[in-house]
Design a protein around this ligand. Structure first.
Ligand SMILES: Cc1ncc(COP(=O)(O)O)c(C=O)c1O
Length: 383
């Protein structure tokens, strides 16, 4: 490389490389939809739902318009509302708690485990006690499988069962990951995922899906998805949404799902190479026992005293993008700061918000490019 030329920028997520690999298959799938004109609830929607059920092992899959709608629709279908408390981690994307607040229920924020970034069972117990003390009725818990790694679904299920809560798994970042050999989509009452383009399985716009083994819930979700429609199309029996996944997006996802397993394997190889190259200079993410990850993000923690903004600027100057997920936990954000937090506070969430940073991660990150990222990170932490 000419030393006077700026280094070629590294993509944070390389959607173009994936598109190249998929070749004409996506164009043909989109053309088929344009040909048959069934843009809403076309045959590809049912085909995708069947393919997702087969992939995950869930009995029923209800596709929908986004990951946020997937969460909201389950809460609506279960009649969650004012006076109810729903426990969720604070260190997550805002949609987790937002879906709760939109129903009129109260999100009660609990802490996460510093090593896995996922819900801390002890804080969950404290959060349930906090909710009760405030006169709220705890009805559900939303564990998040953050950055792609499965949460500890055994620990959460045990607490939820003892307290009579249903579990709604927020696997928006982790579809494709597993816990104790079972794919996400099969834990708790229901699982929500997102097909936002940057997700491990992403479409060409917004999209999402709900997974459940509960036939009655699946039927209610299908009604909520279309304005609460009843058996008579013009007699709406409950409140609902325009919550459908477009046929075009379903057609695209059918093609992408065919290579998804292979892409997850590639993401795991990228994560392994990062761990080997960076494990002795920064805190690299580790998989908890029984958990796999779809590696939506590769999130490291910087050593104490390392200036995160300076670190990001040094990498940027070398053509390497970074992102901070999340500089503020939910309970620190303006719209959410009045909601309760679990007794004992959320020290892990607050400390993670101060020192995490995510590196480029996708299935098409080749060795030499990844080595550039590794060298840049090593250089930036030692300066
Ligand atoms: C943890 C989590 N939950 C929910 C969502 C919401 O998904 P969507 O953007 O498809 O509404 C996201 C998306 O970024 C997410 O990361």
């Amino acid at each position: 490389m000419n030393k006077h030329m700026p280094a070629e920028p590294v993509p944070f997520i390389d959607l173009a490389a994936q598109r190249q690999r998929l070749g004409k298959s996506i164009d043909e799938a989109v053309s088929r939809v344009i040909g048959h004109c069934q843009f809403i609830n076309g045959p590809e929607v049912t085909q995708l739902e069947a393919a997702l059920a087969a992939f995950s092992g869930a009995k029923h899959v209800v596709s929908c318009a986004s990951g946020t709608d997937a969460l909201l629709m389950v809460l609506m279908a279960k009649g969650v509302g004012r006076g109810d408390a729903v426990l969720c981690p604070s260190f997550t994307f805002c949609a987790t708690g937002e879906a709760v607040a939109l129903t009129g229920a109260t999100p009660v924020f609990v802490d996460v485990d510093q090593a896995s970034f996922n819900m801390d069972a002890a804080s969950l117990k404290r959060g349930i006690a906090t909710a009760k003390r405030l006169g709220l009725k705890p009805v559900a818990v939303i564990p998040v499988d953050l950055f792609g790694q499965s949460a500890d679904h055994d620990a959460i299920a045990a607490i939820a069962e003892a307290e009579g809560l249903f579990v709604l798994d927020d696997a928006a970042q982790a579809f494709g990951a597993s816990f104790r050999g079972r794919r996400l989509g099969t834990f708790g009452l229901a699982t929500a995922t997102s097909f936002f383009p940057a997700k491990p399985l992403g479409c060409f716009g917004d999209g999402g899906a709900i997974f459940t083994d509960d036939a009655e819930l699946a039927a209610t979700l299908r009604s909520v998805r279309v304005h609460g429609q009843g058996s008579d199309k013009y007699d709406n029996v409950r409140l609902g949404l325009t919550g459908r996944l477009d046929t075009m997006q379903a057609a695209i996802l059918i093609e992408k799902l065919k290579i998804f397993d292979d892409e997850i394997a590639a993401r795991n190889r990228v994560a392994e190479r990062y761990a080997q190259g960076l494990g002795n200079v920064v805190t690299v993410p580790r998989l908890s026992s029984g958990c796999t990850s779809a590696w939506a993000q590769y999130t490291i923690r910087l050593p104490k005293g390392c200036d995160r903004d300076g670190f990001a600027a040094t990498l940027k100057a070398k053509g390497i993008p970074t992102a901070i997920y999340y500089p503020k936990s939910m309970h620190q954000q303006t719209a959410y700061r009045d909601f309760p937090v679990a007794d004992g506070g959320l020290p892990a969430s607050e400390s993670l918000s101060g020192d995490v940073i995510s590196l480029p991660m996708h299935a098409y990150l080749d060795g030499p490019t990844q080595d550039r990222v590794i060298q840049a990170v090593r250089g930036a932490v030692s300066t």
